[in-house]
Design a protein around this ligand. Structure first.
Ligand code: S5P
Length: 483
C-alpha cells in the first residue's frame, strides 16, 4: 500500500474519524466500527490530504467530467477543496428542496449532458450517491463515476453498478483493518469481529437474496431490530408510528387477511380475532353484498379493537387512473383504508397519484410497495425489487410510502415496515402457487415486521384460538430478534 494512503488511514484513526467499540447505528444495529468523517473539517491538513488523494484517484482512472458534486453534507467541503485546488467547477445538491417548493435542486451552472463526478466520504449501501445522481439527472446532468474515500464493502459498489454508476474507492474497510492491525491500533479479535459484521450486513445480500421461487432457501443474516416502542419513536411517518404503537400496546405483529365474500363473514372474523391483530387486511372487491355503509362498520370495528385497515388493492396503473381508483367509484378507498399498496411497475406516478389524493384531502395514510411476491413463478426480479426500494426511499415519497409487501428484509431504515404474506403455522402451499413460510421464519429469517395470515386463520374451526396461536408465534419470534 502506498505510504500516503497508509498514513492517511492512521491519521483518520487518530482524530476519531474511525472508531472501534460498540455503537448503535441509526438502524438499531449494533456495530463494532463507526465512521464519522465530519470531524475532518477541524483538521485542515487532513482535509487537504483527503481531497488530494481523491482527486489523484480520479486522475489515475482518467475520468472525464465537467464538474464535481459532493454528497451532502460531509463530502461538501471535500468537493470544494478539489474544485478550488484543481480549478474544476462545482455543483451543490440541495437536500431540502421539498421545504422550499420552487427552489432549485441543484445549485451552480451546468449544461444539459454535462458529466458530473460525485464525491463521497463513505459508501455503505450506495443510496446517498444514487440519490445525488438522481438529483443531477433530474436537471439533465449525467453521472458516470463517483469517487469515495472509504468503501465499507457492504454492497454499495455493486448496487451502484446496477444503476450504471462506477464507484472508485480510495480505500476499503479491509485495507483500513489491515493497516490498523499492523500498527497495533486494534487487535485480531476486533478485526475479525468487524469483518464478520461487515460481511453479515451486506446490503446486496439483503436486497438480492433469492426469492422463494428461485430456491426456497432463506438462510439470510440474523435480523436484530429495535423494539416496537423504539421504532414508533424513530419512524418519520405518523401512520407507521401509530402502527408500531398498536403493536407495542397489543403485543402483536399479526395482520389478518379477511378474504371472504360477505360483509357478515368479515365482521364475524373481526369480532373473533380483533383483539389479537394490529391490522385487518381487506380485498373489498371480493365482497358480494358490499354496500358503502359497510366501510363505516369496518372503521367502527377498527376503533373498537384498535387496528389499522389495509386495503390490499395493489394499484398498478398510471397516476391519473389510480387517483380515481383510490378516491372514487363505489369503494372510495381513500376515505376509509389507512394503508394501501401498489405494484411499483408503472414507475413513480403510481405513488405520486395516490399521494396527491391524500395531500388534497389532508389524510394520514400510508402506502406499501409490493417489492416481492409469495407466489411461485412470479416475474419479479432482483433488479425490480431493488428499484422498488429506491422508489420507496425517494425524497418525494417520504410523506406517504411506509414500507413493503415483500419476502425478505430490504432496508434497515426503521421508517420502512416489512409486511410478509404467505404465512402459515405449517409451511407448504396451495394448488394455485401460493407458498407458505412459518411465522418464525418470516420474522427471524426474512425480517418481517408484520406477518400477514389469511386462510391459516380464516379457515380454522376456532377463529379466536387460531389467531391467538399466530399472535403468540409472531410475538415470540419478534422477541428473539430484539437487540
Ligand atoms: O405476494 C403476496 C402479496 C399479497 S398482498 N402474496 C399474498 O398472498 N398476498 C396476499 O396475502 C393475498 O392477496 C392474500 O390476501 C393474502 C394471503 O392469504 P393466505 O390465505 O394465502 O394466507
Amino acid at each position: 500500500m502506498e505510504p500516503k494512503k497508509r498514513n492517511l488511514i492512521l491519521k483518520l484513526y487518530e482524530v476519531n474519524a474511525i472508531k472501534f467499540g460498540t455503537f448503535i447505528l441509526k438502524s438499531g444495529l449494533e456495530s463494532p466500527v463507526y465512521l464519522d468523517l465530519r470531524v475532518i473539517v477541524s483538521y485542515p491538513e487532513i482535509m487537504k490530504e483527503v481531497a488530494n488523494i481523491m482527486w489523484t484517484k480520479a486522475e489515475e482512472n482518467t475520468l472525464r467530467y465537467d464538474s464535481v458534486c459532493g454528497v451532502p453534507y460531509t463530502a461538501l467541503p471535500i468537493a470544494t477543496c478539489i474544485s478550488t485546488d484543481h480549478n474544476i467547477p462545482m455543483l451543490i445538491r440541495r437536500k431540502e428542496t421539498k421545504d422550499y417548493g420552487t427552489k432549485k435542486m441543484i445549485e451552480g451552472s451546468y449544461k444539459e449532458d454535462d458529466y458530473c463526478l460525485i464525491i463521497e466520504d463513505v459508501v455503505t449501501s450506495g443510496t446517498s450517491v444514487y440519490e445525488t445522481a438522481q438529483a443531477l439527472n433530474s436537471v439533465g446532468v449525467k453521472v458516470r463515476d463517483a469517487i469515495v474515500l472509504l468503501d465499507r464493502e457492504q454492497g454499495g459498489a455493486d448496487s451502484l453498478k446496477t444503476q450504471d454508476i462506477h464507484l472508485h474507492s480510495v480505500c476499503t474497510m479491509t485495507e483500513v483493518l489491515t493497516v490498523l492491525e499492523k500498527h497495533n491500533k486494534i487487535d485480531k479479535t476486533m478485526v475479525e469481529k468487524t469483518k464478520e459484521f461487515i460481511y453479515s450486513n451486506r446490503f446486496d445480500q439483503t436486497v438480492k437474496k433469492p426469492t422463494p421461487q428461485a430456491n426456497g432457501d432463506h438462510t439470510g443474516k440474523k435480523i436484530i431490530r429495535p423494539t416496537w416502542a423504539e421504532s414508533a419513536q424513530k419512524c418519520k411517518l405518523q401512520i407507521t408510528a401509530r402502527l408500531y404503537n398498536i403493536m407495542h400496546k397489543k403485543k402483536t405483529n399479526l395482520a389478518v387477511s379477511v378474504d371472504v365474500h360477505s360483509c357478515r363473514e368479515v365482521k364475524k372474523i373481526i369480532e373473533a380475532v380483533g383483539l389479537h391483530v394490529c391490522i385487518v387486511k381487506t380485498h373489498i372487491d371480493i365482497i358480494e353484498d358490499f354496500v358503502p355503509e359497510f366501510t363505516k362498520e369496518l372503521q367502527d370495528l377498527a376503533e373498537k379493537y384498535n387496528f389499522l385497515i389495509f386495503e390490499d388493492r395493489k394499484f398498478a396503473d398510471i397516476g391519473n387512473t389510480v387517483q380515481s381508483q383510490y378516491s372514487r367509484g363505489i369503494y372510495k378507498i381513500s376515505d376509509w383504508a389507512d394503508i394501501v399498496n401498489v405494484h411499483p411497475l408503472p414507475g413513480k406516478g403510481v405513488i405520486s397519484g395516490l399521494q396527491q389524493v391524500v395531500k388534497d384531502k389532508g389524510l394520514k395514510r400510508g402506502c406499501l410497495l409490493v417489492a416481492e411476491m409469495s407466489s411461485a413463478g412470479n416475474l419479479i426480479t432482483k433488479d425490480y425489487t431493488q428499484a422498488s426500494l429506491r422508489l420507496a426511499e425517494a425524497d418525494e415519497h417520504k410523506d406517504f410510502v411506509m414500507g413493503f409487501v415483500c419476502q425478505s428484509r430490504l432496508t434497515e431504515d426503521p421508517s420502512m415496515i416489512h409486511m410478509v404474506p404467505g404465512v402459515k403455522l405449517s409451511s407448504g402451499g396451495d394448488n394455485l402457487g401460493q407458498q407458505y413460510t412459518t411465522p418464525e421464519e418470516a420474522v427471524i429469517k426474512r425480517g418481517a415486521d408484520i406477518i400477514i395470515v389469511g386462510r391459516g386463520i380464516t379457515e380454522a374451526d376456532n377463529l379466536k384460538e387460531e389467531a391467538e396461536r399466530y399472535q403468540k408465534a409472531g410475538y415470540e419470534a419478534y422477541l428473539k430478534t430484539v437487540s
